[in-house]
Design a protein around this ligand. Structure first.
Ligand SMILES: [Zn+2]
Length: 230
């Protein structure tokens, strides 16, 4: 086994206290997805959307990586081969855990994006609608988040990695959001073994060769120890 491609989703951050839009309570419960996670919602009410991500950014800044994040960083550092981590999460808990290479396919809370020229730069803790782009000066700064209806980042590179993977692991993903939900099928098509970690099988759970049920903070460190030990 020379190349492992890992996809992480909301389930891995949930154990660090960051809620998902499916979870009860929390930030998402007060808002509709159409209002805070679509380009149309941002056009309608930029203040509401910017405030929402300011709150999520503040919450993420307080969160600490858990045992699953730390185990994956250890895998990256110690595995005799290539570890590629793709995440659907917009928090930086993988980076806080020490992971060197993280592909944020859905963007990042600590990023700003210019709606006029596509420049990306580090977001301030508190963004405001109409913040100017440092490059083109347009008052068009927005959170660097891939909203519903927008194209995720790095797709070409991700599919290249999936085509070369010996093992594809999905951790804490719902299997409901495409294109990420299609990664397991893509990896399988190219001959990879596939392994899911989840509290319950995801919507695409039946496509995995094997499923390990349980909290990621238990199942992921166990698996990493097996990979590094074997
Ligand atoms: Zn710009």
């Amino acid at each position: 086994m020379k190349k492992i491609v890992i996809l992480t989703g909301a389930g891995i951050s949930a154990e660090s206290g960051l809620g998902t839009f499916r979870a009860e309570g929390g930030l998402w419960a007060e808002h509709r997805i159409e209002d805070v996670a679509t380009p149309e919602g941002f056009a309608r009410d930029p203040q509401l959307v910017v405030d929402f991500y300011n709150a999520r950014r503040a919450q993420a800044a307080e969160a600490a990586p858990n045992a699953a994040h730390l185990a994956l960083a250890n895998l990256e550092a110690a595995f005799d081969g290539d570890v590629v981590l793709v995440t659907q999460n917009v928090d930086d808990l993988h980076e806080k855990a020490g992971m060197k290479r993280v592909m944020h396919m859905h963007g990042a809370l600590n990023g700003a994006l210019c709606g006029a020229c596509d420049l990306r730069w580090p977001a301030p803790m508190v963004m405001a609608p109409g913040d100017a782009c440092p490059h083109c000066k347009a008052p068009a700064a927005r959170p660097d988040i891939v909203w519903f209806g927008e194209m995720p980042y790095d797709m070409e590179e991700i599919y290249d990695h999936l085509a070369q993977a010996d093992l594809f692991a999905g951790i804490g993903t719902s299997g409901n959001v495409y294109p990420a939900a299609g990664f397991v099928a893509e990896a399988r098509r190219h001959g990879a073994q596939t392994l899911e970690f989840n509290l319950e099988p995801s919507a695409v759970g039946s496509q995995f060769d094997d499923i390990r049920i349980g909290p990621a903070t238990q199942t992921v460190p166990e698996w990493v120890a097996e990979v590094l030990g074997g």
